[in-house]
Design a protein around this ligand. Structure first.
Ligand SMILES: Cc1cc2nc3c(=O)[nH]c(=O)nc-3n(C[C@H](O)[C@H](O)[C@H](O)COP(=O)(O)OP(=O)(O)OC[C@H]3O[C@@H](n4cnc5c(N)ncnc54)[C@H](O)[C@@H]3O)c2cc1C
Length: 190
């Protein structure tokens, strides 16, 4: 919610310096936000719209100037701290659960794509964990009738999976699959 009376001591931090993030910063400033605005983006450039990338720009028919949210100077002139090349680590790893008839499903993290799925537990008994990995890093974990409640139980296996996802730890597939290996022992973050 906009507070036009914000003092310089109040800060809004926007993660993602694309079209959405850039326009959010512009809207805050143009609609009267007087506090700090910090715009963090993983990419090197200033916010711009992507549509020409796969069309006119790709064909060399247009540069990106008409697609910039604002010209490069605008950010400094309007006290918007644009920090490019800054990737913000997500601290909170989301979970999702659903009870389907006699089965409990739990999912933590999010994997749109993955390279490998590693199972721990017994697939046939319908009680197992599935780990979604890309380059040995856990992206998401799924529990069928196993893994506990990651939101309520600090000892739940899926709570440990949230830690492994957050820590972006390089994991051994063999260790993940081995029920004798405590998942917590794989968390090497300090
Ligand atoms: C090649 C291409 C062509 C497209 N053509 C069209 C089109 O013709 N029409 C259309 O409607 N849409 C098109 N799109 C979709 C278009 O990208 C979106 O409509 C629009 O860019 C979404 O803007 P956004 O700001 O939400 O996300 P994005 O433009 O994806 O910006 C998100 C930004 O956040 C940064 N970011 C993400 N996570 C973090 C983090 N943790 N820390 C720091 N930075 C982070 C990303 O690096 C990125 O710069 C196209 C997309 C592509 C890639």
């Amino acid at each position: 919610m906009m507070n036009a009376n914000a003092t310089g001591e109040q800060t809004v931090v926007i993660v993602g310096a694309g079209l959405g993030g850039g326009n959010a910063a512009v809207t805050f400033r143009e609609e009267g936000w007087r506090g700090r605005i910090v715009l963090l983006g993983a990419e090197p450039g200033i916010p711009f719209g992507r549509p020409p990338l796969s069309k006119t720009y790709l064909r060399g028919e247009e540069d990106l100037s008409a697609w910039l949210v604002k010209p490069a100077d605008w950010y400094g002139e309007h006290d918007v701290e644009l920090r490019t090349g800054s990737t913000v680590r997500y601290e909170y790893i989301y979970s999702f659960w659903s009870d389907q008839y006699e089965h409990n499903l739990e999912y933590v993290g999010f994997a749109r794509k993955w390279e490998r799925i590693v199972l721990r537990g017994d697939y046939n008994s319908r009680k197992f964990l599935a780990f979604y990995l890309t380059q040995g890093i856990l992206q998401a974990a799924f529990g069928l009738n196993r893994g506990g409640d990651p939101e309520l139980d600090p000892d739940a296996e899926l709570r440990t999976c949230q830690d492994l996802i957050r820590g972006r730890i390089q994991l051994s597939e063999a260790a993940l699959a081995d029920d004798h290996v405590d998942l917590r022992s794989l968390n090497t973050t300090p």
